[in-house]
Design a protein around this ligand. Structure first.
Ligand SMILES: [Zn+2]
Ligand SMILES: [Zn+2]
Length: 345
């Protein structure tokens, strides 16, 4: 799928994936991946092996080449360990049992040591890189927004390339592809078994709801999962513009798999406030055969009057679950006002 950010065709769709998505990053018979110590520097004179005939290269060799370019650009002195570069995130993100071999534009590097000019050089010279994001060590985004309190916003910054990437979560009905604009979203990397995805699966199978409300939707992981398991009405809501932007992309990427025939955008989310905790405003609506998704920007606390009728199931997936669980009056109010069941995955 074409990326809504950079226009390049680098977003993988569920239909592009085989039954074992990990083959994307598995070595071919000619790949000779060699593990490097992350605690040592890379010799500036080493000739680093280029891509294999399958056009892919091991993660360690890609990182070593990034290192060498950074030394040339004087962003590193050459004595730092390889691990100093930052956190590599593969795109699409998925659980792997062994280190990946990387195709073109499949690696996002999250780093706090790379200056802008060097980031551009690295991107030009290392074909496996999708982008470089500057990041301090905090979760990006506004955290949990509680009415009456404005929370501080933390964002990363894209230094070069593109930071829109997919994560692939496995479910009983195949892969769930979720898109994130990574500079603005926190990192939630797929594990072999994803407890949140599984808990949605279990609750939906148990309760057969007509309406699934993903109250702190983020990039849409849980709402899309519920749709995949056949819930006909999906409501997603988030206060953070980057979450809503990402959720729109998640709907687009899963369009065919979910049987969606029409996606309408009512307002350009990028022109709205970064954090908006007022009455939910409808941003995107998707319809198809037995599927209807409404995506709102605003606070879930005000959802209610517009919710579709039927048996309801609400998931709350806030950052601070412990604090949220203590908020009994709200949960009681929600159950009385909205009805149905509530769960925290
Ligand atoms: Zn892109
Ligand atoms: Zn190969």
């Amino acid at each position: 799928m074409k990326c809504s950010c950079c226009g390049e065709d680098h977003i993988i769709c569920p239909g592009d994936l085989s039954s074992r998505p990990s083959v994307l990053f598995a070595p071919c018979p000619h790949c000779r991946p060699k593990a490097r110590s992350k605690d040592l520097p890379v010799d500036p004179n080493e000739k680093i092996t280029g891509p294999c005939q399958c056009n892919r290269r091991s993660l360690d060799d890609v990182m070593a080449e990034v290192y060498q370019v950074l030394v040339k650009e004087r962003a590193l002195s050459g004595t730092e360990p390889l691990s100093k570069l930052g956190t590599p995130l593969i795109c699409p993100g998925m659980f792997l049992r062994r280190p990946p071999v990387l195709p073109r534009r499949s690696l996002l590097l999250i780093s706090d040591i790379i200056p802008d000019s060097a980031a551009k050089k690295v991107y030009e010279q290392v074909p496996e890189l999708l982008g470089i994001v500057y990041h301090s060590h905090e979760f990006p985004g506004p955290g949990d927004v509680i009415s009456g309190h404005e929370s501080a916003i933390r964002e990363g910054r894209l230094l070069s390339g593109c930071d829109v990437r997919a994560d692939i979560f496995l479910s009983g009905r195949g892969p769930v592809v979720v898109i994130k604009k990574q500079a603005d979203m926190h990192i939630e990397f797929p594990k072999g078994i994803d407890p949140k995805v599984i808990s949605v699966e279990e609750q939906v199978r148990r309760l057969h709801p007509d309406v699934f409300i993903d109250a702190c939707a983020g990039p849409g992981t849980l709402g899309i999962t519920a749709a995949l398991f056949g819930v006909p009405e999906i409501i997603m809501c988030d206060v953070w513009f980057a979450s809503v932007w990402s959720a729109i992309q998640s709907i687009r990427v899963n369009k065919i798999k979910l049987g969606i025939s029409e996606i309408r955008i009512y307002e350009d989310i990028t022109t709205r406030l970064p954090v908006y905790s007022g009455q939910p405003v409808l941003i995107c609506e998707a319809r198809g055969n037995g599927i209807h998704i409404l995506l709102y920007n605003g606070s879930y606390e005000f959802l209610g009057p517009d919710l579709p009728l039927g048996r309801r199931l609400t998931v709350f997936d806030p950052f601070d679950k412990a604090a949220f669980r203590k908020n009994d009056p709200f949960l009681t109010y929600w159950t009385e006002k909205i009805g149905g069941e509530v769960f925290i995955p």
